[in-house]
Design a protein. Structure first.
Ligand code: ADP
Ligand code: MG
Length: 447
């Protein structure tokens, strides 16, 4: 059968398996041309080209060989004009003067220095896909995960990449706190209200960090809701980050939460040992050292072992060790690292089972549910407080050496029956996957 480029590509997709057919990179392919010698497919970026070459080249080639008779070559070419730009964006910014002013991007946070492992692979891939297809399939993109795991880095990386490949796009990075402050200013000063709206509602790419901050800020939520709707309906891209999944965002309006789930929700998880080590190796090289001598490798492995939860801490420890070694003129090796880190850092203490206190548990639960400081110890019986309180009591029972009476006292309770009741309740709820995950999350945070 005589193929056109399109029919050949369809035939190839048909032969690939389901996951491949749905792959975000393969979906960006445009069949370009077909001759006896070669079949050329075009993709929007080098990165997509690499991904396809690494993961699909041989499969595609196999089908190509079946479909064409005489050794037709497969070529993947990059055509940056394939990067999709929302039509609205093109019409809004027709004149040269009309080009972006305020992006607030940190040029150091780019995809090129974002080290990818199991825990962040999906976030990384989706973030890249979003930069190549603003307002497309992954709109909005919602990235969530714990502190110091790279959410902010990815937001800026999207912005920086879009700025590179489509310099005319309007990009805006803000934290949700800044969004709120500017919104408040705009209410107080009517003349700036229009400016505020124009700024947020005409951007092609809104990168908004730490959205969990909007909890309980009803007015700002309302404004964000309206901003969201305008952007979304104009196919402008929204990317948000949060320290928890949309369903865990308490005190945020349901209609907002459901919108967050319209596009893609991706979790960024804690890095495993290999990723921690890979990140440290990269940070070491970023400091201008090309080689990693054996003794440095040992130091890096040691840090990767003791700092497990947070990439910011990984970096911090490395910087600290390097600085101290250079100030004291000592050699940076494993003995030095052990000596400096021993006992003096919260991390090394943490890894040796620091005692967990009721106060620490209350603090972490209060923070998570965004309650007031004394809600847990109060007599209030609303559902929004009872559940967190029971969880906190349960954690005290499981994780501390405190007696039931001690725990009762820590929660200003007269006797310990409440504590027992709370523990039974929580144990029942542990059958539910979300609750189990939440408890595990607290345990990890406290460890
Ligand atoms: P979050 O916003 O999730 O709290 P950040 O994006 O601020 O975390 O990341 C904390 C630090 O760790 C930043 O300096 C960032 O560059 C670095 N970092 C996080 N993840 C990676 C990664 N995968 N590769 C390289 N550096 C990373
Ligand atoms: Mg952040």
């Amino acid at each position: 059968m005589q193929h056109t480029p399109d029919s050949l590509w369809l035939a190839i997709l048909e032969e690939l398996d389901e996951t491949a057919r749905n792959d975000i990179y393969l979906r960006q392919v445009i069949p370009h041309s077909l001759t006896d010698e070669s079949f050329i497919i075009a993709v929007p970026s080098d990165y997509t080209q690499d991904e396809i070459e690494d993961r699909f080249f041989s499969d595609i080639k196999k089908v190509l060989d079946d479909q064409t008779s005489n050794g037709c070559k497969l070529k993947i070419s990059v055509d940056t004009s394939l990067v999709k730009i929302p039509e609205t964006a093109q019409t809004v910014h027709s004149s040269e003067e009309d080009i972006p002013e305020i992006a607030n991007l940190n040029p150091n946070y780019v995809f090129e220095n974002f080290v990818v492992g199991q825990s962040n692979r999906i976030c990384d891939a989706t973030a890249r896909a979003v930069s190549d297809d603003l307002g497309g399939e992954y709109n909005p993109l919602f990235i969530y995960g714990g502190v110091g795991l790279g959410k902010t880095h990815l937001l800026h990386a999207i912005g920086n990449r879009v700025q590179n490949i489509a310099p005319k796009r309007r990009i805006l990075y803000v934290t949700s706190e800044i969004f709120m402050n500017e919104y408040i200013e705009s209410i107080m000063d009517r003349t700036s209200a229009q400016g505020f709206r124009t700024k947020y509602r005409t951007t092609d790419l809104l990168l908004i960090d730490d959205i969990q901050f909007l909890a309980r800020k009803e007015g700002t939520q309302e404004e964000f809701f309206n901003t969201f709707n305008v952007l979304y309906h104009n196919s402008n891209q929204i990317v948000m980050t949060s320290d928890r999944s949309p369903s865990m965002l308490n005190n945020l309006e349901e209609r907002l939460i459901s919108r967050f789930e319209w596009g893609m929700v991706a979790e960024i998880d804690k890095p495993n040992y290999e990723l921690r080590l890979a990140i440290l190796r990269q940070k070491w090289q970023d400091q201008g050292f090309d080689n990693i001598a054996d003794e440095i490798h040992e130091v890096l492995s040691y840090i990767a072992e003791i700092v497990t939860a947070n990439i910011r801490e990984l970096e911090g420890i490395l910087i600290r060790l390097t600085a101290q070694a250079s100030i004291s003129g000592e050699r940076l090796d494993i003995d030095f690292a052990r000596r400096v880190l021993n006992d003096t850092t919260p991390i090394s203490r943490g890894s040796r089972q620091k005692a967990i206190t009721a106060a620490a548990i209350q603090r972490i639960v209060t923070d998570h549910f965004q309650l007031d400081n004394d809600d847990l110890t109060s007599a209030k019986r609303t559902k929004a407080i009872v559940f967190p309180r029971q969880i906190a009591m349960y954690l005290c029972r499981e994780l501390t050496q405190l007696s039931l009476l001690d725990i009762a006292e820590a929660f200003h309770r007269q006797n310990h029956t409440t504590i027992i009741h709370a523990c039974t309740q929580v144990e029942k709820l542990l059958k539910d996957k979300e609750t189990k995950k939440l408890i595990q999350h607290f345990i990890d945070e406290l460890a």
